[in-house]
Design a protein around this ligand. Structure first.
Ligand code: SF4
Length: 460
């Protein structure tokens, strides 16, 4: 949670809770930045706040419950609550707004990506303080992630209609942000000290499709609204800061091949987060997945040929409706052959409002869970073998935590680890007592061990 804003102590205080995925986090950052710009103070507690905003997640049933419970707590402890985010866009069983029907006392409910509507609701209930503190807001806005890394959202919504997903119905079709705005935000982030930029969207490879890859302008020069052009410009921006650029949610389309040279040259991190979800072509069709006709094993082989150091992260679903034993075996074979470095797997779970709920052949919960466990056993064997190959290697590590100036060691990540979702590199106490570490430093470390998903390294 971000620290209280610099506004004076007589200014009204808005409590803020941010739940959900990195995309929801960027919505929270926009709202917090605006609150701060208008002179409101913000806090992470309900108590003593003039109003509470809860940014919710509505993706899976557990997240819905967590969001509804948090709203209930905020109402009990504070009483004045505004709800925003994905859950705010969801219908209840009666066709009305779900949040409003469960918690009729909330003051206002908006969907995701609604900074202005949230601000309008705040203004209605807690008038704007005088003397906005615009000058005190950092150019890059307020970030909920630690200062040394930040998420950069390049688009909203999605043109696909995967049968297990309700994001398009909540967030609408793809809307790409203008490339000039995205690059301005990236520059401000690097200038404010960000050392790792994580590019996110629902489908990063589709950037610009909605505007026919329109030519935008940045720094007086034309730049196309297209993933390859955006990556080239981000690499150029990151270089003088020695910063990393990491790509998330990329689908295996042929045009992704164009960014492999940037990765091979180390200008964009050689890391791709590709949500494959399954490997059997019939399953992918039933899931209505993008790029379902692609030959993914061949594509991965080409990527590895172009950039041998590339690390691929992916997520999968086991036990999707109608998944046969043979289809599941195909998924396990794919995992063994594709050698996905970092893989996560969910047992299929129905999401309220998703079209997959009506598919025939729903599998019992125990079978879905057993398949998830079988998949993870294969994935872990692949990951363990991959980590063992790193022993003795020298890697650049970005420091995430360094208590006591790192004299007792610290924790960081290499290019192979995205924050929150992958492993870490545990840094041992330095060989020379005079060496220190700070959060946001890059250190060169020698890998001396592997533990689970993590590595252990010497430095200094
Ligand atoms: S690509 Fe599929 S899973 Fe991803 S947001 Fe779009 S519809 Fe949902």
């Amino acid at each position: 949670m971000h620290p209280a804003s610099p506004a004076d102590t007589s200014a009204p205080t808005i409590g803020f809770v941010s739940l959900g995925c990195p995309k929801a986090l960027t919505d929270s950052e926009l709202i917090l930045t605006q609150l701060s710009a208008e002179g409101y103070r913000t806090s992470k507690t309900f108590d003593g706040a003039d109003l509470v905003i809860v940014n919710t997640c509505g993706f899976i049933d557990d997240a819905v419950k967590e969001s509804l419970d948090t709203i209930g707590e905020a109402l009990a402890e504070n009483g004045r609550v505004i709800v925003t985010g994905c859950l705010g866009a969801k219908q209840g069983a009666d066709g009305g707004n779900l949040v409003a029907s469960v918690h009729p006392k909330v003051l206002a409910v908006t969907g995701p990506h609604a900074t202005q509507e949230v601000m309008d609701a705040v203004h209605r209930h807690v008038p704007k303080p005088h003397d906005p503190f615009v000058d005190l807001v950092p150019a890059a806005g307020i970030k909920l992630t630690p200062k040394h890394y930040a998420y950069l959202k390049i688009s909203e919504g999605c043109n696909h209609r995967c049968s297990f997903c309700i994001i398009p119905s909540m967030r609408g079709d793809l809307v790409s942000r203008p490339v000039g705005d995205v690059l301005n935000e990236a520059r401000a982030l690097f200038e404010s000290g960000v050392k790792e930029l994580l590019v996110i969207s629902q489908d990063t490879s589709a950037y610009g499709v909605d505007v026919q890859y329109r030519t935008g302008f940045w720094d007086g020069k034309p730049v196309k609204t297209r993933m390859a052009d955006l990556c080239e410009a981000l690499a150029r921006l990151a270089e003088p800061h020695g910063a990393w650029v990491r790509l998330h949610y990329v689908y295996p389309y042929p045009h992704v091949d164009q960014i492999l040279p940037l990765m091979a040259d180390g200008r964009i991190l050689p890391y791709l987060d590709v949500p494959f979800q399954h490997a059997h072509p019939d399953m992918l069709k039933r899931m209505k997945r993008p790029a379902s006709g692609e030959k993914n094993l061949e594509r991965l082989a080409r990527w590895r040929e172009a950039c041998p150091q590339i690390v691929v992260r992916s997520t999968f679903i086991a036990g999707f409706p109608g998944e046969t034993e043979t289809e599941f075996e195909t998924l396990l074979d794919f995992m063994r052959e594709a050698q996905i470095d970092r893989a996560g797997c969910f047992a299929y779970s129905p999401v309220d409002g998703a079209s997959a709920n009506a598919l025939p052949g729903q599998l019992p919960a125990e079978l879905r869970e057993a398949r998830r466990a079988a998949f993870m056993a294969v994935a872990e064997a692949v990951s363990t073998a991959k980590l063992q190959q790193r022993l003795g290697a020298t890697m650049q590590v970005l420091v995430d935590s360094a208590p006591a100036l790192g004299r007792r060691g610290g924790v960081g990540r290499s290019y192979a680890d995205a924050p929150e979702i992958d492993g870490t590199v545990r840094l041992l106490p330095p060989a020379k007592a005079s060496r220190t570490l700070k959060v946001g430093d890059f250190v060169t470390a020698r890998i001396v061990g592997a533990q689970g998903h993590d590595l252990v390294a010497e430095w200094g």
